[in-house]
Design a protein around this ligand. Structure first.
Ligand code: MRU
Length: 370
C-alpha cells in the first residue's frame, strides 16, 4: 500500500541480499523503522515482541522464518531434526493466531524431503514469497466480496455517510496488502462511497489509535479514534451502521477469536441491531476446533503492557506509568465471540453465515477434515 507515495508492505525480502525486512510496528505512527531479520531468533523476537503482528502477517513471517532456518542450517546438522526443532520454536512464538502454524507448516512440508541444501533454501524462499502473494490476493478478494455490504447500507441511507466501527488493526499492516476488515473499506473508498470509520483505540497496545488511524489517514479515509468503551454509546445513538473486525483464529463452527474487547462490541452490536461482520482469509480458519471458548488458546502477555503507555512528547516517544506502581495488572490479549453474535464472514471465496454448514459450503474440501 502507499505510504507518502511509496509502495510498502509490512514484510519483504531484500532483492539483492535476500534478507527478511519488516516494519517495526511498535514504533508507528511516530517513527517508521525497518528491521532486518537474520536469524530464527530475530524472527521469533519480531513475532513475540510484536514488531510484526496481526494473524495473516504472523503467518507470513513464520513462513519466512522457515526460509531463514533453512538458510542458516549448520552443515553438520543438515539431516537431523534441526529444521523441525526450529519450526517448533517458531510456532511457539505466539499462541492464538492459527496462521503462524499454517505458514510454518506449509513451508516445512514443501522442503522437508529436499536433500540438496541449496535447493531446499530456494524452495523455502519461493514458498514463503508465494504465501505472501497468496495472502495479498486473498485480502484483495475480501475487499471485492465485502464491499457490497457497505454499498447496500449506503444505498439505504440515500448516499449518506456509512459509519463503520472497527477494533484493533486488521489493516494492511496486519496482512500484506489491503487488510481484512479494512479491505472492504478501502474498496468502498475507491468506489467513492461516502464512509467514515470509528477506530477503537484498542488498549493496551493501541493497535487502533496507532496503526489503523495511521493507515486510514495515509490513505485519506475519514476516521475518528474513540476509546474502547465508546462503541456501545455510539451504537445506541445511531452513529454506527456496521462493525467489521478481523480475527486471529475462527473455528469451523464460526466462533471468532480476536483482540480483547471484540466480544463486547459484538454484544453491543447485537443489542442495537447493527450488523457485525468478521473478515478473514481461509488461513485463519482452524479446521480442527469446534468450540472456540473452550479450545482456542488465549495469549496472556506481560502486565507491563497494561501498566505503561507510550506516546509522543516534545518530538520523542516516551513511556509513562498509569496505575499505582504497586497495583497488579493482567493482560488477556484476545477474547472469543460466539458464532451466534456474528452476522457473517467475509472471505476470499465470498460472504457466508457464521455456521458450520455455511462455512463448509464455502470450503467443501475441508469437510473431510472436520
Ligand atoms: O495482538 P495483535 O496485534 O497481533 O492482534 C491482532 C488482531 O487481533 C487482529 O484483529 C487480527 O489479527 C486480525 S488481522 C487481519
Amino acid at each position: 500500500m502507499l505510504v507518502d507515495g511509496k509502495q510498502m508492505r509490512p514484510i519483504w525480502l531484500d532483492r539483492d541480499t535476500r534478507v527478511v525486512k519488516v516494519i517495526d510496528q511498535r514504533r508507528l505512527p511516530h517513527e517508521l523503522i525497518v528491521e532486518d531479520l537474520y536469524t530464527v531468533d530475530d524472527v521469533i523476537r519480531a513475532i513475540k515482541d510484536m514488531y510484526v503482528r496481526g494473524a495473516p502477517l504472523i503467518g507470513v513471517t513464520g513462513a519466512f522464518g522457515v526460509y531463514v532456518a533453512a538458510r542458516n542450517a549448520p552443515q553438520d546438522r543438515q539431516k537431523d531434526d534441526y529444521l523441525t526443532s526450529e519450526c517448533d520454536r517458531l510456532k511457539a512464538a505466539r499462541p492464538t493466531a492459527v496462521n503462524l502454524f499454517w505458514g510454518v507448516d506449509r513451508v516445512y512440508n514443501k522442503i522437508r524431503n529436499i536433500e540438496n541444501p541449496a535447493e531446499r533454501i530456494d524452495a523455502a524462499r519461493t514458498e514463503a514469497e508465494d504465501i505472501a502473494e497468496l495472502e495479498a490476493e486473498n485480502c484483495r478478494r475480501i475487499g471485492e466480496n465485502g464491499v457490497s455490504i457497505i454499498e447496500d447500507i449506503s444505498r439505504k441511507k440515500g448516499g449518506g455517510t456509512v459509519n463503520v466501527l472497527t477494533h484493533c488493526n486488521a489493516g494492511w499492516l496486519a496482512c500484506i496488502e489491503y487488510g481484512t476488515a479494512t479491505a472492504p473499506i478501502y474498496e468502498a473508498f475507491e468506489k467513492d462511497i461516502d464512509l467514515h470509520v470509528w477506530v477503537d483505540e484498542t488498549r493496551p497496545l493501541n493497535q487502533g489509535s496507532r496503526l489503523t488511524a495511521w493507515e486510514l489517514g495515509k490513505h485519506g479515509v475519514k476516521h475518528t479514534v474513540i476509546t474502547d468503551n465508546a462503541g456501545g454509546h455510539l451504537m445506541q445513538h445511531g452513529m454506527v451502521d456496521l462493525v467489521i473486525v478481523g480475527t486471529d483464529r475462527t473455528t469451523y463452527t464460526g466462533d471468532v477469536a480476536n483482540k480483547i474487547g471484540t466480544y463486547l462490541k459484538a454484544l453491543a452490536a447485537r443489542d442495537n441491531g447493527i450488523p457485525f461482520y468478521v473478515a478473514l482469509p481461509s488461513s485463519t480458519f482452524d479446521w480442527d476446533l469446534r468450540d472456540g471458548i473452550a479450545e482456542i488458546p488465549i495469549e496472556e502477555r506481560d502486565p507491563d503492557e497494561v501498566r505503561y503507555v507510550d506516546g509522543l512528547e516534545g518530538g520523542a516517544v516516551k513511556r509513562v506509568l498509569v496505575p499505582p506502581a504497586d497495583s497488579p495488572a493482567a493482560n488477556y490479549a484476545f477474547d472469543v465471540t460466539p458464532a451466534r453474535l456474528v452476522n457473517g464472514f467475509i472471505t476470499e471465496r465470498g460472504v457466508c453465515e457464521a455456521s458450520e454448514e455455511a462455512i463448509l459450503k464455502l470450503f467443501p474440501e475441508k469437510s473431510k477434515q472436520v
